[in-house]
Design a protein around this ligand. Structure first.
Ligand code: NAD
Length: 394
């Protein structure tokens, strides 16, 4: 099997040794961003491998080709897995799709929200309708690069991940293949809409940032004062996360009931945490305790940027906002519009967080703000109602 991984961050570093350890295959890397391809090649040349360490011990893998250019890399790939923040998906899909062989499988893990809209548009544009698209609800491991092109640390592993595919009748094939590649349980959701609405990053990341910084966005930390992110959640912040999750589940329930489409894969945040991190959470009693006592989140801090010697401020341009608002919350808000369901808590968080990144998505309560074209709302792809949404994902 020939696998191409797209990206050059934590996730791609982790997948090289993990997949190599699971199945005999050849792994190539398409890393178009800046000089990442060259840096990965250099790291592998110097160290001889990419090594992953975790509670399982140490494993390693060696990518065959690591390229900045796509030509010659994709034509024979059986499966292409994109592991980047969602704002990079379009660039990567646009480069890769023209080169796909018939029947190739291409998807993103995680796909976040609305991956299916852009992927479907490009597949049609390049007349590659014979490929299979997939999206994963989340990335299966928590991981961080220790040395670029050389070492990555695996902090935790989810109990399972959920994936879906287009066409949806290929979902079991995709699920079985990913189960082998990842050597973990893969749940198969009925359709990609369940992945889009079930995107938990849209709740956790903007929700915690909002909860922590809505009133103190000018805070400055010394290095040893930077708070923990997930494990820094208080009951007050959890209540915000619960409200976001309630609204998304309500949107999903209403669509399920009215349109008879299976969205049972859209879970409430606490249920998702307990199921995904079954073996990592010590105290499962509340949403706060499920976050704070989750070993996979240990040591992960608030994203910050350095402003002076030993002075750091929260980084409001981190992917927790730039990915999870336009490719998450805003998409769910757009779907709620289609069923005329009001989401006051989602709106409040979109307002504050988009302000932090100088973007305008909502204007007078409508998704017509000046930057709305940059988001992955279905309306941007000509999908204007639930029937059209269902038509695409089924
Ligand atoms: P990362 O921040 O390490 O990776 C970023 C990579 O994306 C870059 O290295 C680059 O290769 C690519 N990229 C960024 N901007 C780009 C652009 N403009 N054009 C092309 N490529 C670009 O991210 P990661 O930690 O590997 O995470 C990837 C995805 O997985 C994200 O959606 C993240 O939210 C999710 N995720 C990660 C973890 C984790 O522990 N790392 C856990 C759960 C989910």
């Amino acid at each position: 099997m020939k696998i191409t991984l797209c990206g050059g961050g934590n996730g791609v570093h982790a997948l090289i040794p993990l997949i190599s350890n699971n199945i005999p295959c050849s792994i190539d890397v398409f890393a178009p961003f800046e000089d990442e391809a060259e840096r990965i090649r250099r790291g592998v040349e110097e160290y001889g491998k990419i090594e992953a360490s975790g509670d399982f011990g140490i494993i390693s893998g060696i990518p065959i080709n690591v390229c900045k250019e796509v030509e010659g890399l994709i034509d024979e790939s059986d499966i292409i897995i994109i592991v980047t923040p969602a704002f990079a998906h379009e660039t990567i899909l646009g480069a890769v799709i023209p080169h796909l062989k018939p029947g190739a499988i291409i998807g993103a893990i995680p796909s976040r929200s609305g991956f299916e809209f852009i992927a479907n548009k490009l597949v049609k544009q390049y007349k590659k309708e014979d490929v299979i698209l997939f999206g994963g609800q989340t990335f299966p491991w928590a991981c961080r690069i220790k040395e670029y092109g050389k070492k990555v640390e695996i902090l935790g592993k989810k109990s399972y991940i959920t994936v879906a595919a287009i066409p949806s009748d290929k979902r079991l094939k995709v699920g079985e293949m990913l189960e082998v590649i990842f050597a973990m349980k893969v749940e198969v959701a009925s359709n990609m809409l369940a992945i889009t609405l079930g995107n938990v990053g849209q709740i956790i990341h903007p929700g915690i940032m909002y909860g922590m910084f809505r009133d103190i966005d000018n805070v400055i930390y010394h290095k040893d004062e930077i708070p923990l992110f997930y494990q820094g959640v208080t009951d007050k912040i959890s209540s915000i996360l619960n409200l976001l999750s309630d609204e998304i589940c309500e949107v999903s329930d209403r669509i399920m009931e009215k349109y008879r489409i299976d969205l049972s894969g859209v879970l409430h945040l606490k249920d998702w945490l307990l199921q995904s991190y079954e073996n990592e959470i010590e105290d499962k009693s509340t949403l706060t305790s499920a976050l704070v006592t989750n070993r996979a989140y240990e040591g992960l801090k608030v994203p910050v940027k350095k402003v002076d010697i030993n002075k750091f401020v929260p980084d409001f341009h981190s992917r927790y906002i730039t990915e999870d608002v336009p490719f998450g919350l805003v998409v769910s808000r757009a779907i709620s519009d289609m069923i005329e369901y009001k989401t006051p808590h989602i709106d409040k968080i979109i307002h504050k967080t988009s302000n932090w990144i100088s973007k305008e998505y909502l204007e007078n309560g409508k998704l017509v703000g000046r930057d709305i074209r940059e988001t992955r709302i279905p309306q941007n792809y000509g999908i204007l109602n639930v029937e059209e949404l269902i038509n695409l994902v089924q």
